[in-house]
Design a protein around this ligand. Structure first.
Ligand code: LLP
Length: 416
């Protein structure tokens, strides 16, 4: 469910035509719908109403400060994976007791920042990390709240780049070793073992892998209890998929209910780290047609957005719908929608049926709210594009377009 619809034959975000925004901010740009984000957040949260829970939005999906502020004002916590993301969350006033810090490679500085900020917990991924956190906490004369990320060796049945719960992935502690690690962690003077964490991948479109993982985690918590190790939090990560094309992922209500049912009676707080399911279908990338070009093999629609703006198609061969912003009747043409970057991998969509489009006309790449802007880069010395938030009939630029000066501001011209 989202609020991107055609009104008077123009694609709108809520009550604002994307053409109106293009006139104001130029192209390309990302645009997000406030009401869609709110709805996704509310539905997800509601699905957990029968359990004690905390929804920690996964900042990596889209880290715009205005967005984080909105989510935090609705009671959302944050899942961060770097000192930078931690600072973003703190900057917009997220309650530190609602922040969890994930990731396999936290530095000592990042750990120190997290401990000083008194976040809820650090999700730990290795023995060496446990030791480093213990040492950092000792120096700060505090006890570090930790949860251990376990790897259940379950196939999430998603793209290999975003599967994280298999032993061949770098994530988590193998289940077989987890008990030893818990017993070890408990003995460390500056660690407070408060939770368990398990995230098996992203863009999951079936409930099965989630259910298997949660059941394994539940059994393991029961084992821990036998060792008199009582934890307070079960962080089940993120990963719930969305519809990009024809996928039929479980509805968040179903997902929340199934998990709450498995964990029923456990007297624990469930933590979730959703990213894509909140933001994916709440944003689109708008771009302008620059040229039409034919070769004996293909028709190319060359647009002003490129792989540096949205890398998902190039990186994962991901499919995202592409539509014309003007609703057009009449014949359609099969095109590859490509950007100006000097690589053949620079495409937004291949072999798409689109109405005949002319220079200056606009397209929207749908489902771009998650892992769109946050993965964008300056490749080919292209400034990152503006981000716009629409709420009802108003729109707000929540990030300005980068200028050439922004791009070179840390460079030095040295004569060598
Ligand atoms: N928690 C942890 C520990 C994660 O690693 C991730 C995503 C999430 C939560 C949020 O997962 P979500 O609910 O968004 O599926 N760039 C890729 C996705 C990478 C996901 C990385 N980790 C893409 O564009 O498809």
């Amino acid at each position: 469910m989202n609020y991107f619809n055609y009104k008077n034959s123009e694609l709108c975000a809520e009550d604002v035509s994307l053409k109106t925004i293009a006139k104001e901010v130029g192209t390309p740009f990302y645009v997000y719908s406030y009401q869609t984000i709110k709805r996704h957040f509310d539905v997800f949260t509601q699905s957990l109403k029968n359990s004690s829970h905390l929804v920690c939005y996964s900042v990596k999906a889209n880290s715009n400060l205005s967005l984080l502020k909105m989510l935090s004002s609705w009671g959302g916590g944050m899942d961060v994976v770097s000192g930078g993301e931690l600072k973003r969350a703190l900057k917009v006033g997220v309650d530190p007791h609602k922040i969890v810090f994930s990731g396999v490679g936290k530095t000592k500085e990042e750990i120190g920042e997290a401990l000083k900020s008194e976040i809820l917990m650090l999700n730990v991924e290795s023995r060496e990390e446990l030791d480093l956190i213990n040492a950092a906490a000792r120096e700060l004369h505090v006890k570090a709240p930790v949860s251990l990320r376990v790897n259940p060796d379950i196939d999430a049945r998603t793209h290999p780049h975003i599967t994280t719960g298999l032993y061949k992935n770098k994530f988590g502690l193998p289940f077989e070793r987890a008990l030893d690690e818990y017993l070890y962690a408990r003995k460390q003077l500056h660690l407070n073992v408060v939770g368990i964490d398990c995230h098996i991948g992203s863009q999951l479109t079936e409930l099965g892998p989630f259910i298997s993982a949660v059941q394994k985690v539940k059994e393991f918590i029961q084992t821990l209890e036998k060792y008199d190790l009582h934890i307070e939090y079960v962080d089940l990560g993120g990963g719930l998929g969305i519809t990009y094309n024809e996928e039929t992922p479980p509805h968040p209500e179903e997902y929340g209910k199934v998990i709450s049912d498995i964990m029923k009676g456990m007297k624990l707080t469930l933590i979730f780290e959703p990213g894509r399911v909140i933001m994916g279908n709440a944003g689109v990338l708008v771009s302008q047609v620059l040229y039409n070009k034919q070769t004996p093999a293909k028709n190319f629609l060359i647009v002003d957005a490129a792989m540096n703006d949205l890398i998902r198609p190039s990186l994962y061969n991901a499919y995202q719908q592409i539509v014309s912003i003007d609703k057009k009747e009449g014949d359609q043409l099969q095109v590859d929608v490509v950007g100006p970057i000097c690589e053949s991998g620079d495409y937004l969509g291949k072999e798409r049926m689109l109405p005949r489009m002319k220079k200056g006309e606009l397209i929207a790449v749908m489902s771009s709210g998650a892992y769109g802007f946050s993965m964008s880069s300056n490749y080919n010395t292209r400034g990152r594009v503006p981000e716009v938030m629409v709420k009802n009939d108003k729109f707000y630029v929540i990030r300005e377009r980068e200028s050439f000066d922004d791009l070179i501001k840390n460079e030095k011209i040295i004569e060598l």
